[in-house]
Structure formats: C-alpha cells, structure tokens
Design a protein around this ligand. Structure first.
Ligand SMILES: Cc1cc2nc3c(=O)[nH]c(=O)nc-3n(C[C@H](O)[C@H](O)[C@H](O)COP(=O)(O)OP(=O)(O)OC[C@H]3O[C@@H](n4cnc5c(N)ncnc54)[C@H](O)[C@@H]3O)c2cc1C
Ligand code: SF4
Length: 567
C-alpha cells in the first residue's frame, strides 16, 4: 500500500529529548548494565539483552528547544552522574548569593531582609539549560542510546487502548498539503513502552490525557517565561549571584516575578514569569518583560551591554493536585509533561530528571518480566510521589491556587505552608484552566476602546528594550516556510467575530514571538489573521491561553523552531 508507513521497532521510546527523557534513558542504560553484571557475578537470574533505547527530539539538535532560568538543584544530577564535575558538565557557577527584591513602579527597590527558605539556593548551580541538555545528550550517546533529532512525534500509535509507539511527522509537504520533491514520509516507531517527556503542554501528551481520561483533580495551569541572556560590562554581576524580584512590572493581581542569574564570562540571564491566569486581554508578557528591563535596578546591570539570546517557554505551575495519572498500558508521562514543577521554588529541572529516572526503574522491572502493562508500570506513580520531587510538590500543594485569594494573603499562606510542611490549607483548593480567567475589554477597561496608555503599551528603544521581531531574531527561530502552519486555528469565524468584539484578539499580544497578526486588506478593508509561523518559539502559550480554546499547537516539520544555545 502506497501510504503504509515504514516501521522501526525499538524497545523503549522516549518522546522529547529534554532532561526528563535523557535522564530516564541514561539511568535505564546504567540499570541494565548493573543488572547484567549482578547476574553474571552471582550466576543467578536472567540477563537483559541490550535493548534499543531511542529518543525523539523535534529540535534541530539536542538542547535547541530547551530553555529555562536556570538554577539547578543538583540532587538528581548527583545520583545520575556522580562524577559530573569531572565530566565537563557545563555549570555556569555555584550559587554564591541569594537575594529577593521588591521593585516599585516609581523605580525604587526594597531588598528583603532575608531570603525566604524556598528561594534559598545554597549548594545549587546556575546553568544554561540548552547547554546542560546538550551535555546530557552527549552522555546518552556515549551510552549508545539512539537519539533522533529533527523528528517530531505527531501521532500516538495504539493497539486498542495500549500505546504501542508514535508516528513521526512527514517532511516535504507544501502549504497546500501537496508532496514536494524532498518529500519524506514519517515512520512508525513501534515500541514496547513509550515515555512522553515532551515538556510543558506536550502535544501528544495532551491527546493521550484526553483519550484515556488521565487528568488530575485540578486542571494544569501555566506561567510563560520570557528571557534574554546579556553580555554585560565587567563587574556588573558576580557569576552565581541569584536575584528574584517581585512587584513591578506586575501588579498585585498578577502571578509571577522576575529572575536575574549571574553566569560566567560577564553573561547574565534575565527573565520574567507571567501567570497565564491573568484576566486583562491587553496583557502582553513580552512587553512586560521589556518594562522589567527598563526599571533602574535592571538597567544598572544591562546598560552598555549586548543582548545575545532570547527565548520564551511555558512552565506548569498547577502543582500536586494537577498531576495526571502517569501510566497506561505501554505508556508513561514524565517531567513537565506530567507537571513536575515546584512552583514555590521555581524549580522543575531536578524533578524532571528524577521522574525520568523513576520511570526507568519501573521500565527495568517491566523488562525483567517482559510485561509493560499499566500494572507493571504503575509503581512509578507512587515512587515519584514519595520521592523528594513529589514531597516538595505536596508541601506546597495549594501554592498557586492561593494566589487567587490576593497576593499578600497568598504570600503569608505560602510562607506558613512551607514552614508547616503544608499542614495548613490541607484540603485541595480547586483551580480553573488559565483561559477561563480572561475578561472582556469592556469588563477590564469600562470601555471597548481603551487608550494606548491604559493598555500599557510602551516604545522600545532598541538598546535595552526590543520589539518582538528583534527578539525572535535572537532566538534563531526558523521553520521551513513551505509547509502547512502548525498553529491550527479551529474556527477563523471566532477570530473575526466574537474574539474581536469581546477581547480584541489577545493572541496578537500574548504570543511572545509575534506569530499572530491581524491585518486589514487596504483595498477590501477586510481583516485577516496572518500567521507568521516561522517565528514560533514552541512556547505553547497560545495552546493554553486562547479564550475560546481555538488554537491547537501541533509539531511543525522536524528541525524547525528556535536554536537555543545559551538560555
Ligand atoms: C522561564 C523558565 C524558568 C525556569 N527556571 C527554572 C529554574 O531556575 N530551575 C529549575 O529547576 N527549573 C526551572 N524551570 C523549569 C524547568 O526548565 C523545567 O521543569 C524542565 O526543563 C522540564 O524538563 P523536561 O525534560 O520535562 O522538558 P523540556 O526541557 O521542555 O524538554 C522537552 C523536549 O521535548 C521535545 N518535544 C516536545 N514535543 C515533542 C514531540 N512531539 N516530538 C519530539 N520532540 C518533542 C522538545 O523540543 C524539548 O526538547 C524554568 C522554566 C521556565 C519556562
Ligand atoms: S505561536 Fe504559540 S507556541 Fe508559538 S511562540 Fe506564539 S504563543 Fe508560543
């Protein structure tokens, strides 16, 4: 049959080449070697034949789509690669100092007299996630794990309700859906067990959760982080200095905050997290980040320097109560795809690594029995909840939900939650999906046409503040232009009708890469949604925040997207 896909059989398939998957793959390889050695030394039990472990990554290389703050708690790294310091691990610096600063709109700042315990990073390291992921990818290759960059998983393969692998996307399809000269059909990677480590709002994980009803008691909720790495004049910030900011540019009702992390060689990582549960249709996380950099406190650090890289990505902040069921027959969910993120500490790296490693331990048991049913994989669920990652999440299980009770109350309850190990606010506080918080322009501004000032718009100076196009250029994002857009708008009539009337098309603002543009044809006067999809940073904000759930993000042709190397 002409359309039959080539089949490649593997034993274990990790979808997504981030820290969660790579840690899982490396740990599994180590566990099998250890098991086989024990069998040969003791002469008991059965050795496991070297399995084929594969990792699919949609980016052009491992690390290209991985963006974070980042301060790494090395607890999982020490377990996975005990000699990491001798193996050229790309650590920027050990944390030397922690500070929490409140920024005022008038340009002032108040330094907190002490660092709240959750934000104490003693013994942690500042890293660039893209570099760190690339390094772990190299260790995985040394362990003979097969990594396939430039391949996106676009469809889950099932046998009944059992996951049996994924299909990769076709390449060489033009915008009209016709095959081009370089057409390459996707392949079916058939696997005994498939591990979904696609990062936040994974496109296949979303399908799996819906098909198998895996959602947790609360819906998952997100922040979007917008960041830049700057090269600054010598002496502006010490490598390993960690500063978290509260206040400006966010108002009291906005969840989120800023970070400033000193890297080596006079580089600094600066970013702003914005909770996607905001209600203002004119909110624009990229613009707010520019305002953040314009604050005198930030300006003093970056003025005279050079912006070297830009990136944006969501992170899941729904916490413990938003964790889905993590296993099905033949399938498991790890890392940000599952929601392993300790929002109170702004940390998901160690949790992603640990979840991948614990998934590997359950897979090893499956290999011993040649059984990858849900029953065999299920111990992973309890193991990860009992681990330090699960326990940290449990301690602050109502942290994000508490913000809807007002910032000050939330800070007080968050502080008490930490000190008392979650003994107050014990019961689950419910949550709503982020898009449901969106209010109409008239509800927020009392008028259907607020002024530019009311909307919060600013002019970018091109020196320390930049428009989205300039920033996107510094992300290296490109896509093959001749392909169907990977942002699937389900009903354009909603964009031109109800969304314009009520919300003035918030996608044109919440997207940190200027992908969505409403243009008016000069001759006909007709408005049209233009998709500059080549700009897309794969942050997934649009998939989360569209008020009508009218945007479905699907992977573009493998190899497209940002080319991160420092963020
Ligand atoms: C702005 C920001 C700041 C943060 N700061 C910190 C911090 O300071 N400390 C900390 O510990 N944590 C921090 N985090 C959280 C941390 O970055 C994440 O928890 C962690 O990176 C999750 O790892 P992961 O492997 O699950 O996902 P990811 O790193 O997102 O990796 C997933 C991979 O899967 C690939 N992929 C996705 N879908 C497919 C598909 N269908 N086919 C093929 N490949 C696919 C992606 O390209 C990507 O490479 C921060 C997050 C953000 C956004
Ligand atoms: S189109 Fe969507 S996923 Fe792409 S950068 Fe914009 S908001 Fe993020």
């Amino acid at each position: 049959m002409a359309d039959e896909h080539e089949v490649m059989e593997v034993d274990v398939l990790f979808v997504g080449g981030g820290l969660a998957s790579l840690s899982g793959a490396v740990h599994l390889s180590n566990l099998i070697k250890k098991h086989n050695q024990e069998v040969s030394e003791k002469g008991e039990g059965e050795a496991i034949e070297e399995p084929m472990i594969a990792v699919l990554e949609k980016g052009p290389y491992v690390g290209a789509h991985n963006m974070s703050g980042a301060v790494l708690n090395p607890v999982a790294l020490k377990e996975l690669v005990p000699d990491f310091e001798d193996r050229d691990c790309p650590l920027e610096a050990e944390v030397v100092d922690d500070e929490v600063v409140y920024l005022t709109k008038a340009g002032g700042r108040l330094k907190a007299p002490f660092t709240p315990p959750p934000l104490n990073n003693h013994g942690h390291y500042v890293v660039s996630l893209s570099r760190f992921t690339e390094w772990l990818g190299n260790l995985a290759e040394e362990a003979e794990i097969n990594i396939f960059p430039e391949f996106a998983g676009t469809e889950i393969l099932y046998d009944g309700d059992k996951v049996v692998g994924v299909r990769t996307g076709d390449k060489g399809i033009d915008a009209q859906g016709e095959k081009k000269g370089n057409y390459e059909q996707g392949i079916d990677l058939v696997s005994k067990v498939t591990v979904f480590g696609e990062g936040p709002r994974g496109s296949l994980t979303k399908q799996l959760k819906a098909k198998m009803n895996l959602d947790g008691p609360n819906p998952q909720t997100y922040v979007v982080g917008v960041k830049e790495v700057w090269e600054v004049p010598e002496g502006r910030i010490e490598p390993g200095k960690v500063i978290h900011t509260m206040g400006y540019p966010h108002g009291f009702n906005q969840y989120g905050g800023g970070f400033i992390y000193g890297m080596k060689n006079n580089h600094v990582s600066i970013g702003l997290l914005t909770g996607l549960d905001y209600s203002d249709p004119y909110q624009d996380p990229h613009r707010e980040f520019q305002k953040f950099k314009d604050h005198p406190y930030l300006k003093k650090i970056i003025e005279g320097g050079k912006m070297v890289q830009y990136g944006a990505k969501t992170a899941p902040v729904g916490g413990y109560w938003a964790l889905p069921k993590l296993t099905v027959d033949g399938g498991m969910i790890i890392g940000d795809s599952a929601g392993f993120f300790v929002s109170q500490k702004i940390k998901g790296l160690h949790a992603a690594m640990k979840s991948g490693m614990l998934a590997a331990e359950a897979i090893l048991e499956g290999m011993k029995k040649n059984d990858f049913s849900q029953g065999t994989l299920a111990p992973y669920e309890q193991a990860v909840k009992d681990s330090y990652a699960g326990q940290e999440m449990y301690k602050c299980r109502n942290f994000h939900q508490a913000f809807h009770n007002g910032l000050v109350r939330a800070m007080i309850s968050a502080g008490f939650q930490y000190i008392l190990g979650g003994k107050i606010l014990k019961d689950r506080l419910p949550a709503e999906p982020d898009f449901s918080f969106q209010k109409t322009v008239a509800e927020v501004y009392g008028s259907a046409s607020p002024s530019e000032e009311q909307k919060g718009n600013i002019k970018f100076d091109g020196e320390t503040t930049f428009d989205k196009e300039t920033d996107v250029y510094h992300s290296g994002a490109t896509h093959e232009e001749q392909q169907p857009p990977h942002l699937r708008i389900l009903d354009l009539n909603i964009c031109y009708g109800e969304c314009t009337e009520k919300y003035q098309n918030p996608c044109t603002r919440f997207c940190p890469a200027a992908v969505y543009e409403m243009v008016t044809d000069e001759e006909t006067g007709k408005r049209e949604m233009r998709l500059n999809f080549s700009n897309c940073l794969h942050c997934k904000t649009c998939d989360v925040k569209d008020p009508f759930e009218n945007i479905n993000w699907v992977p573009p042709e493998g190899g497209g997207g940002p080319k991160y190397s420092m963020v």
